[in-house]
Design a protein. Structure first.
Ligand code: CAA
Length: 259
């Protein structure tokens, strides 16, 4: 069945796929169906040999303005527990291929959390990031208090989470939340360019390197270093390692096969 709230573009560049969140009349509010469609699309792309990096975008006005407030408004705690909307997010988190968020306009609540769940963020200069849940009498629930704090530090995270203040793309760049800011006409193009750069590398090395960087968020330094070393040694079993080093000595561009 065709998804209703996302559009999947295969091969927007060699080995790069693009998922566009497409619920513009609601500023791409992340309802359960949209998140389910996103999870399913990412699962398919993650197992597709022709895809090595994935870009997620919204539109110029909104990457996503958060979880769907109208869908949640009447729910009880037990409804929320039973629906367990965040189990979808847990599956998305398991995506092994790198994901780049291309953001513009509102990146709020669950939208900000989705962008932070991606591996890199390319933002247009009109992007506004925020965790405004506190204004609704709730708090972030899809990782906002944890990922934002790790990205920007306690002071700014507390301010954003406790007051709901939105920050500009420039503030986000200085705080370490995003990778780059570009004019609004270019943010998607730049994100695809960044994805292409990653897609040029060995997919095996990219997969293990992403896994090792993410390990830094939930392990001690010792444990993380140990994990990194295992992945490093493992890469010497790949043909791509042989090709990469041979190409270096032969002064040519390597051709990586993901094996
Ligand atoms: N859920 C449902 N609908 C939303 C929405 C959301 N998060 N954000 C925007 N919309 C809808 C609006 O209701 C409106 O629909 P109607 O035309 O049917 O009224 C439409 O999108 C356009 O929005 P606005 O008219 O409000 O547009 P604006 O430009 O005046 O304001 C805005 C933009 C400041 C982003 C404002 O829409 C807003 O504050 N949105 C809510 C942001 C928010 O609180 N997000 C957190 C949600 S909770 C969450 O995400 C929990 C979690 O951790 C997972």
């Amino acid at each position: 069945m065709q998804p209703q709230y996302i559009i999947v573009h295969q091969q927007v560049a060699p080995y790069v796929a693009h998922i566009q969140l497409n619920r513009p009349s609601e500023l791409n509010a992340l309802n359960l169906q949209l998140m389910g469609e996103l999870r399913d699309a990412l699962k398919l792309l993650d197992s597709d040999d022709q895809v090595r990096a994935i870009v997620i975008s919204g539109n110029d006005k909104a990457f996503a303005a958060g979880a769907d407030i109208k869908q949640m408004a009447e729910k009880s705690a037990i409804d929320m527990l039973n629906i367990d909307q965040f189990s979808t997010w847990d599956t998305i988190k398991k995506t092994k291929k790198p994901i780049i968020a291309a953001t513009s306009g509102f990146v709020l609540g669950g939208g900000c959390e989705l962008a932070m769940l991606c591996d890199m963020i390319v933002a247009s200069e009109t992007t506004r990031f925020g965790q405004p849940e506190i204004k609704l009498g709730i708090m972030p629930g899809a990782g906002g208090t944890q990922r934002l704090t790790r990205a920007v530090g306690k002071a700014l995270a507390m301010e954003m989470v406790l007051t709901g203040r939105m920050i500009t793309a420039t503030e986000a760049l200085h705080a370490g939340l995003i990778n780059k800011i570009v004019p609004v006409e270019l943010y998607l193009q730049e994100a695809i360019k960044l994805a292409s750069e990653v897609a040029d590398m060995s997919p095996v090395a990219v997969k293990l390197a992403k896994e090792a960087v993410l390990k830094a968020f939930d392990s001690s330094l010792e444990e993380g270093l140990h994990f990194e070393r295992k992945n490093f040694y493992l890469l010497f079993a790949s043909q791509d390692q042989q090709e990469g080093m041979k190409a270096f000595t032969e002064k040519r561009k390597p051709v990586f096969k993901g094996k």
